[in-house]
Design a protein around this ligand. Structure first.
Ligand SMILES: [Zn+2]
Ligand SMILES: [Zn+2]
Length: 369
């Protein structure tokens, strides 16, 4: 049995207000109320499910816990248990020790949460994607549908405890409850174990899941897939699957939040005289007008050419960092021209190199002190 998402149960969006939650619940409660559907097991289940979802989502603390941790945040193996999982566990530990034995219910165990590391490209993160992943998981046995009994046979009610999972013993003043030694608390005896899972009811399987990666996810973001963790034990709910996103390094862009950075090498002629250059963007190409006298380190900002983050309203920017490149593998003729340029420039003094001039001035001051 897989526990459905509470918002899904009520058919409301994740940001629904209390009024909407109440309305949705009232509608379902009317439809599935046991008084109207006497004896209909399915309706009863739907009613209980809606009631639970309503109770959690109208309690602001529980709702916050659920939003953050999913079912793990609100249900401590028992439906309607205390808000925090730790609390009701501690509760049953304390009272379990004093009065002996746990209730049959505490043998229900929620399945473990699973973590899956998913590496995606920057493009996939920027545009969103859908991908299939394969995960190893302990899932309900297909052969026996989790019962642990051979198909055709069914578990028998434990004769020692009559299916309660507990036995009562009178000890002086106290009547003490203990976990049934025959069925170990499950209340059932499996006479003919399923051959596929050896009576465990769970089996190791590879499962393929479709994962929707929302637009704008960033490195380290977690996507919770409710109920796709390991199956629970003894009818407990399954855990959740957390897909942790890792961005692979990109050959051109570096991401910083919603902004992208890239390096743009330009020739020193373009840097000196100005010109138009083409730069890559995630959507294709864009043109930048490089003004004359552009220096290394200058940043051109292309607005809206970054990424729209999951929690952002607008797209970030693309920041192009200019690097003026020194020419290499020059021909004799090219060298001659450069030498000529240099000799003409020298006659003009340092005015063509403002940065070198100010550096020289500072250095001179430094040495004269
Ligand atoms: Zn089985
Ligand atoms: Zn028993």
């Amino acid at each position: 049995m897989s526990k459905r998402d509470y918002y899904q149960v009520l058919g409301i969006s994740r940001d629904a207000d209390e009024n909407t939650i109440k309305k949705a619940y009232r509608k379902l409660a009317m439809k599935y109320h046991p008084d109207r559907n006497a004896g209909d097991v399915k309706s009863e289940e739907m009613f209980k499910e809606a009631k639970e979802a309503y109770e959690i989502l109208t309690d602001s603390n529980k709702r916050a816990a659920y939003d953050q941790f999913g079912h793990a945040g609100v249900d401590a193996n028992s439906a309607g248990g205390g808000g925090a999982q730790g609390f009701s566990d501690a509760f049953s530990d304390i009272f379990g020790d004093i009065f002996g034995g746990r209730s049959a219910r505490s043998n229900m165990h929620r399945g473990s949460d699973l973590r899956y590391n998913l590496e995606i490209t920057l493009e996939q993160a920027a545009h969103g994607t859908e991908t299939k992943i394969r995960i190893p998981t302990m899932d309900n046995c297909d052969t026996c549908h989790g019962s642990g009994s051979k198909p055709g046979s069914s578990p028998k009610t434990c004769p020692t405890c009559n299916g309660h999972g507990q036995v009562r013993m009178q000890q002086g003043f106290f009547s003490i409850q203990q976990t049934c030694p025959k069925c170990h608390g499950s209340g059932k005896i499996i006479a003919h174990p399923c051959t596929a899972c050896h009576g465990v009811g769970r089996i190791k399987q590879q499962k393929t899941l479709n994962v929707k990666i929302p637009v704008g996810v960033d490195d380290g973001d977690r996507i919770r897939i409710s109920g796709e963790g390991e199956a629970g034990l003894n009818g407990g709910p399954p855990g959740d699957l957390y897909v942790v996103v890792h961005l692979s390094a990109h050959s051109v862009f570096r991401r910083d939040g919603d902004n992208l950075h890239c390096e743009i090498p330009i020739s020193f002629t373009v840097a000196a005289l100005g010109g138009e250059i083409e730069v890559p963007t995630l959507e294709g190409h864009a043109k930048i007008k490089v003004p004359d006298e552009t220096q290394t380190g200058k940043i051109f900002r292309l607005r809206g050419k970054g990424i729209k983050g999951v929690r952002s309203h607008d797209k970030g920017d693309l920041l192009c960092h200019v690097i003026v490149e020194t020419p290499v593998k020059l021909t004799v003729r090219q060298k001659e021209l450069l030498e000529e340029l240099e000799s003409i420039s020298l006659k003009d003094g340092p005015r063509h190199s403002p940065r070198a001039k100010s550096w020289m001035d500072k250095a001179r001051e430094f040495f004269s002190e």
